[in-house]
Design a protein around this ligand. Structure first.
Ligand SMILES: *[C@@H]1O[C@H](CO)[C@@H](O)[C@H](O)[C@H]1NC(C)=O
Ligand SMILES: *[C@@H]1O[C@H](CO)[C@@H](O)[C@H](O)[C@H]1NC(C)=O
Ligand SMILES: *[C@@H]1O[C@H](CO)[C@@H](O)[C@H](O)[C@H]1NC(C)=O
Ligand SMILES: *[C@@H]1O[C@H](CO)[C@@H](O)[C@H](O)[C@H]1NC(C)=O
Ligand SMILES: *[C@@H]1O[C@H](CO)[C@@H](O)[C@H](O)[C@H]1NC(C)=O
Length: 410
């Protein structure tokens, strides 16, 4: 029997998944403030001017191929995060080929097709290994969502600019820390507490997993171009519409809504209200992403997760060449990445402090930290980096003319 409540963490950070169930639980967050974003750094309100060029594109492809090949070596160990990562990666690449195939020279088309095939293999192993668990099992229900990807390929949003600006700059309800993120006075350790303190912020991991896996009960869409009302679920509806949140509790709210919209073509309130809600969530996620970038990318996994999810909506603000290239610098020759070691140290010391007096726990946490630091391939950020590289590829190709590409890639 499967321990779905404990083992099933979708896109939960690698820091905590190793120290499962030891949240920080005493941080509270108030969302009653009004703030008009006047401290938000102006250069980030618009997309980056310098676009990825052909050599960038080749690097994204090579690195993505390495990470996908890494996971494809142990397809039977695919967990829900890797499966979702491979699923999103292949749909982004399929969409790229669909929209821009004539721009891509044959050699690179073949490389993209090969990556898609490897992703299909990873996803199908996940579906296969979960096939016998039945409807009462969360991972079984999740795996059913991965069987058909047509709706998801269709639903990836067109590129758009300047959408987030209005949400960042209107006077709206924010939590206590928004202003301090915008002028980077929020201490890194404080933000790290929020990242570890997931459970307090209105969407606990187990709730998020439950609400994601229940999307399967919606029938598969017949007409991809029209959305229908999702099967009502009052519990998830309320969780997903509670007040503004932070870190993983925030990104998971978006993930929940995106999966409904894009995989099953269904909405929660109305298409317009859901769209506005998505813009608002991504504006908050963008604020955090910019904060993380300006503070030295101190939590890689969180940074990657926000980009991986919001970029599905086509916001060009999230598609920054500098960010893609920064991420490349974390990847090794095997396609592996690690969480930032300082982040691991600090997360462990926060957790040890919280468990002060519990010697056994302290020892356990230290041992986990040591093992973690020795391991070069951290699955969770790697699942995310595949998606982010696929976004980079789609974005680079979008802005390239056929001539440039064939010229550069011969
Ligand atoms: C919160 O954490 C403290 C230890 O810091 C623990 O004693 C307490 O039981 C926890 N409360 C909940 C609701 O988990
Ligand atoms: C792409 O940009 C980088 C950095 O600006 C530059 O070094 C490189 O030569 C460019 N490559 C091509 C093919 O234009
Ligand atoms: C993809 O990566 C694998 C593993 O690193 C490598 O063997 C293969 O040659 C790569 N394919 C291309 C087209 O670079
Ligand atoms: C994965 O599991 C299946 C079914 O149990 C088995 O047939 C297959 O050989 C395994 N593949 C690998 C690469 O271990
Ligand atoms: C986080 O960890 C690094 C490396 O261990 C350390 O230099 C830094 O002071 C820590 N940050 C805080 C705020 O404790």
């Amino acid at each position: 029997m499967k321990l779905s409540g404990i083992l099933l963490f979708l896109f939960i950070n690698t820091i905590r998944s190793d120290v499962m169930n030891h949240y920080l639980n005493d941080t509270t967050i108030d969302s009653k403030n009004k703030y008009d974003g006047f401290k938000f750094p102006h250069q980030y309100l618009a997309p980056e001017i310098t676009l990825p060029n052909v050599s960038d594109l080749v690097k994204y492809l090579e690195n993505l191929n390495r990470t996908v090949s890494y996971f494809n070596r142990f397809p039977n160990s695919t967990d829900c995060n890797i499966a979702l990562g491979a699923f999103y990666t292949k749909v982004l690449l399929k969409r790229t080929l669909k929209d821009y195939k004539t721009r891509i020279v044959r050699h690179y088309c073949e490389m993209i097709l090969d990556i898609i095939r490897k992703c299909e293999n990873i996803v199908s192993h996940y579906v296969y290994t979960n096939r016998l668990y039945g409807w009462q099992d969360e991972e079984y229900r999740l795996s059913r969502l991965f069987i058909d990807d047509n709706a998801q390929v269709y639903s990836i949003s067109a590129f758009n600019k300047g959408h987030l600006k209005q949400w960042l700059l209107t006077n709206s309800d924010v939590h206590d820390y928004a202003e301090d993120m915008d002028d980077i006075s929020l201490p890194r350790l404080k933000y790290l507490e929020f990242v570890l303190g997931f459970s307090k912020f209105y969407l606990e991991p187990s709730d998020s997993d439950f609400c994601i896996s229940s999307v399967t009960y919606n029938p598969e869409p017949i007409h991809l171009s029209t959305l229908q009302l999702c099967r009502p679920n009052q519990y998830c509806f309320e969780l997903l519409h509670s007040s503004p949140s932070i870190a993983y509790a925030l990104s998971h709210r978006l993930l929940n809504i995106l999966i409904r919209h894009q995989m099953r073509r269904c909405y929660l309130k109305s298409v317009e209200e859901d769209s506005t809600h998505i813009d608002l969530l991504c504006a908050f996620m963008y604020r955090e992403t910019v904060y993380l970038a300006r503070r030295g990318f101190f939590i890689r996994d969180m940074f990657l997760e926000h980009i991986a999810l919001c970029a599905m909506r086509g916001y060009e603000e999230f598609h920054r060449r500098n960010w893609f290239n920064k991420i490349l610098s974390w990847m090794d020759d095997e396609g592996c990445i690690q969480e930032n070691p300082n982040c691991e140290y600090n997360a462990t010391s926060l957790l040890i402090k919280r468990n002060a007096g519990d010697e056994v726990m302290g020892k356990k946490l230290r041992r986990k930290l040591r093992n973690k630091l020795l391991r070069e391939c951290h699955d969770h950020p790697m699942a995310l980096v595949m998606i982010v590289m696929a976004h980079g590829i789609r974005y680079a190709v979008h802005y390239m003319s056929e001539v440039t590409l064939s010229f550069g890639l011969k």
